[in-house]
Design a protein around this ligand. Structure first.
Ligand SMILES: [Zn+2]
Length: 101
């Protein structure tokens, strides 16, 4: 059984994170557009910014992306064989720029 990454008190203060660009590969398996440029709005503090600026913790298969302003979890992504779990409950919205034809 696959479970989503759990928020632990220590990872909020752990500086061993990468920026949201590490989500580009895993998210490209699920979405046809590059979501690292999408604007995510944090449910906790209202900060809006590119997914690429989120602070990402974890080394697959589970990744936790936190708000760079308040460290609230904005996005969780777990990849297992044949399945991707995406938890966006920390996101008010994702604004995705599309090229209209
Ligand atoms: Zn926030």
């Amino acid at each position: 059984m696959t479970t989503l990454p759990v928020d632990t008190p220590n990872d909020a203060y752990d500086d061993a994170h990468e920026d949201g660009n590490v989500l580009a590969g895993p998210l490209s398996e699920v979405f046809a557009v590059d979501l690292t440029a999408a604007i995510a709005t944090c449910t906790n503090c209202g900060t809006a910014g590119p997914v690429a600026r989120l602070r990402v913790y974890g080394r697959g298969p589970g990744l936790i992306a936190r708000c760079p302003n308040c460290t609230h979890i904005v996005l969780r992504l777990v990849r297992s064989p044949g399945t991707a779990w995406l938890d966006l409950r920390g996101t008010v919205s994702l604004r995705i720029a599309l090229e209209d034809n």
